[in-house]
Structures are given as structure tokens and as C-alpha cells.
Design a protein around this ligand. Structure first.
Ligand code: ADP
Length: 345
């Protein structure tokens, strides 16, 4: 069941210069987020990710299209009704956005106070949340006394206080070191699995998608250019722009500069073969090359793991008769993705 549905949603901003065109930050986006998903939204800076999240969060109105959150069409609501919708959505941020002058306990209690909870209920809920995020002993501390990871755990406890069905995370681990990032990602996974909260993560970090997300949408120029299961999108991206983006974050795909260095160092045609786990085609690549009388050398590669499933890329320098290479690559290309690097001989 979809908990968030966007149908043909666009968001325009006024032109930056008089007489210029509107900025189209989100361009005709349609998207279904299912209950229980951890949905990653990825793409380069300026792609429209944050704007999309502000639309889902009802912080800004869409210019056109409809947005349904938990069965309610939020594009048709009054400000008062929108406040209730926002109450069902928690949010965490890159810079944590904690109240520096409030204790950890008071930070987490804040949304409950706003929602009119009783003192006793607030105290019980805050204790429960702090123990869930592993900060029961920090209740009286102030944000400046906490590490980045601890601050984000307070942010998560505060975001979950009113038991929202949806948690939006905007670059929530981008300010943290790798070790702390993993602690926060583990916590977010527990939020999803133990509390059944649907999570939408905006990120430019592969780690976050790789270890946490179940689905992913790739944005460019305000549009979603590709979406689907994380493993499918990362192992076999279809759109040239998502191939480019995915290529910068996964292991085993040489960058243009690395490809040029490989071409200068090795004789032969440089070809990248992309494998997925369960492919029975892997051994046959080498058999087919050998059977065609071709000589080859392994020059570059890497394996990626996405929540227990592997896919990899292997680049070979292949030498031999040009027509024989073409024929063999065509045959192999019917089973797996074959990419010949540009500029190679
Ligand atoms: P991302 O989160 O992927 O970096 P954003 O959603 O922040 O992308 O921005 C998408 C585009 O919309 C950019 O060109 C940005 O400059 C523009 N934009 C975002 N917010 C505003 C705004 N409030 N006013 C004008 N332009 C904006």
C-alpha cells in the first residue's frame, strides 16, 4: 500500500532575473512510496531532491500535480489541516537542528509539548525514546556536550516522538564520519524494522543507499530519471545519466581519467563486463574469449554488496583479430552488460 503518492508533481520558483524563465525545481514527478519502504532519493546537487522532500512534508505547495500522504490529498488542505499532516511526518537534518539551549530531554519533549501531551506522558515517552536510541544516560546533557552521532540520535528521538508513520532524512549522515554514519544507519534500520516507520532518505552517499535503502529514485534536472529496487538500479542502471551517477559511487567502474590511464598502460581494447550475483554467464565470458582465440588481461575491477547481494564490474584488455573481438562481444552482450571504454584501442 502506498503511503506517499506523487502524481505529475511540479514545483516552479520565480525566475532569478527579471524576464527570465521560472526555475523548475521539480518537473512532472510521479512516485509511489510503499508503507515500510526505505526509499532513497539520490542525484547530484541541484537535482531537486530537497524541494521534493519539502513538498512531501507539506512545507511548500506544489505548483501542479497531486500529493497524497497516508490517504489524504495534501494539495487540497487548509493550513490548519496541513499542520496535522506534518505531525505525522518526522524530519532529521544534516546539521541536526537541535535547540542548543535545551537539554536532550527537553529537545525530545518539545514536539510532545506542542502536541499537548500531559507531563506524565511526556516523561514516559522521552524515557522510552532515549533508551531506544541508546542515550538514556545523556538526558540532562546539552547538545554541545554530545558527539555528532549522539546529536543525530537525539534528532531521531525527537523526530519519532509523536509516533509519525514517515521519517524524512535530508543528508542526515553527511556531516558524520564513516564509523558514526554506520551507527546512525543501524539505528535508522531499527526505526524502520522495529517501529514500522517508512523512511525517505535524501543522500549523495552510496553507503547510505547500499546499507539502508530498499528502493531508490535517481533525480536529475527536477525529474526522476530512474527508479526501482536498489540492487536493480545500481547493478544495471538504464538511463545514461543514472549510469553516470551510479558509476561515480560504485566500485569497479573506471572514471574517465582512470580509463585514459588504463588505455595508456595496456595494449588491446578495454571492455568492462558487468556481472550480477546468480549470473551463470560469468565463466562463459572467459570461455568465449578463449574459444575465439583472443588473448586478454584483467586490468580493473570491483565487487559491490547491496544488503547481501553482490554485483561487480571487471575490465579486460582484449587483444586479437578486430572482427573476432566484435563477434565475441556481441555474443557475450546478449547475456550480460558489456561496455567498451572510449578512447581505448
Ligand atoms: P538538491 O536538493 O538536489 O540539491 P534542490 O531541491 O535544493 O536540489 O534545488 C533544485 C533547484 O531548484 C536548484 O536549481 C535550486 O537552485 C532551485 N531552488 C531550490 N529552492 C529554491 C528557492 N527557494 N527559490 C528559487 N530556486 C530554488
Amino acid at each position: 500500500m502506498a503511503i506517499v503518492t506523487l502524481t505529475n508533481v511540479s514545483r516552479h520558483y520565480p525566475a532569478r532575473t527579471a524576464g527570465g524563465d521560472d526555475v523548475v525545481a521539480v518537473d512532472n514527478v510521479s512516485l509511489d512510496i510503499e508503507k515500510g519502504d526505505v526509499y532513497g532519493i539520490i542525484g547530484y546537487s541541484g537535482a531537486g531532491k530537497s524541494t521534493l522532500v519539502r513538498l512531501i512534508n507539506a512545507l511548500e505547495p506544489a505548483t501542479s500535480g497531486t500529493i497524497t500522504v497516508d490517504g489524504v490529498d495534501i494539495t487540497a488542505l487548509s493550513e490548519r489541516e496541513l499542520r496535522r499532516v506534518r505531525g505525522g511526518i518526522g524530519m532529521i537534518f544534516q546539521q541536526f537542528n537541535l535547540f542548543a539551549a535545551k537539554s536532550v530531554r527537553a529537545n525530545v519533549a518539545y514536539p510532545l509539548k506542542l502536541a499537548g501531551w500531559s507531563k506524565a506522558d511526556i516523561a514516559a515517552r522521552v524515557d522510552e525514546l532515549l533508551s531506544f536510541v541508546g542515550l538514556a544516560d545523556k538526558a540532562s546533557a546539552y547538545p554541545e556536550q554530545l558527539s555528532g552521532g549522539q546529536k543525530q540520535r537525539v534528532g531521531i528521538a525527537r523526530a519519532l516522538a509523536t509516533r509519525p508513520a514517515i521519517l524524512l532524512a535530508d543528508e542526515a549522515t553527511s556531516a558524520l564520519d564513516p564509523q558514526t554514519t554506520h551507527e546512525v544507519l543501524d539505528l535508522l534500520r531499527r526505526v524502520n524494522q522495529e517501529q514500522g516507520v517508512t523512511i525517505v532518505v535524501i543522500t549523495h552517499e552510496m553507503d547510505v543507499i547500499q546499507t539502508l535503502a530498499t528502493k531508490v529514485a535517481v533525480m536529475e534536472g527536477g525529474r526522476i530519471i530512474e527508479q526501482g529496487d536498489v540492487f536493480d538500479v545500481f547493478s544495471t542502471p538504464q538511463h545514461p545519466a543514472s549510469r553516470r551517477f551510479v558509476g561515480t559511487v560504485i566500485k569497479g567502474v573506471p572514471s574517465p581519467a582512470e580509463a585514459a590511464a588504463l588505455a595508456a598502460r595496456h595494449i588491446g581494447r578495454l571492455v568492462t563486463f558487468s556481472f550480477r550475483d546468480g549470473d551463470s554467464a560469468q565463466a562463459r565470458v572467459f570461455l568465449d574469449l578463449a574459444a575465439a582465440g583472443l588473448d586478454f588481461e584483467l586490468v580493473y575491477g570491483g565487487i559491490n554488496d547491496i544488503r547481501g547481494r553482490a554485483f561487480g564490474n571487471l575490465t579486460l584488455a582484449i587483444r586479437g583479430d578486430r572482427a573476432a573481438i566484435d563477434r565475441t562481444l556481441t555474443v557475450i552482450g546478449e547475456r550480460i552488460t558489456v561496455t567498451e571504454l572510449e578512447g581505448a584501442r
